[in-house]
Design a protein. Structure first.
Length: 139
């Protein structure tokens, strides 16, 4: 089930020019990608999270929909986003948009992931991959 609807997307992004059907077909896949980024901790419902975390998840989902829409729409979901879209090579000089470098820096190199969505989710703890310490029975 999508974390947002079309009206939330338009309210959050201001994009009312893209046809509704082009956005609505991305809502479910974008929510699935956000859940994937969050290591499948969210699931189908935001009910288990407090209101501020729910809002951050919705914002990240809107950012993910916008990213997919800007980079090929439904095709970006299926085939991914080119890693160096916007890069230019002239002779030995190369200029890129930084997408690959930035996603490598965050540790999430899947080019379907919106950098903005990942940055929004950072403070929620949903991206934490560290080791949890089991409680010691003597404590």
């Amino acid at each position: 089930m999508p974390y947002i609807d079309y009206s939330y997307y338009v309210e959050r992004t201001g994009d009312d020019q893209t046809p509704r059907e082009d956005i609505e077909c991305l809502l479910g896949p974008a929510s699935d990608i956000i859940d994937e980024i969050a290591l499948y901790r969210i699931g189908d419902s935001l009910e288990g999270y407090n209101a501020p975390t729910q809002e951050v998840i919705r914002k990240a989902c809107a950012a993910q929909v916008q990213y997919l829409n800007d980079n090929g729409g439904r095709n970006a979901v299926i085939n991914g986003v080119p890693k160096y879209s916007g890069s230019v090579t002239i002779g030995s000089f190369r200029y890129g948009d930084g997408r690959l470098t930035d996603t490598e820096r965050t540790g999430l190199t899947d080019n379907r992931f919106s950098r903005w969505a990942v940055k929004l989710l950072h403070p929620t703890g949903l991206l934490y991959t560290g080791v949890s310490r089991a409680r010691d029975e003597r404590e």
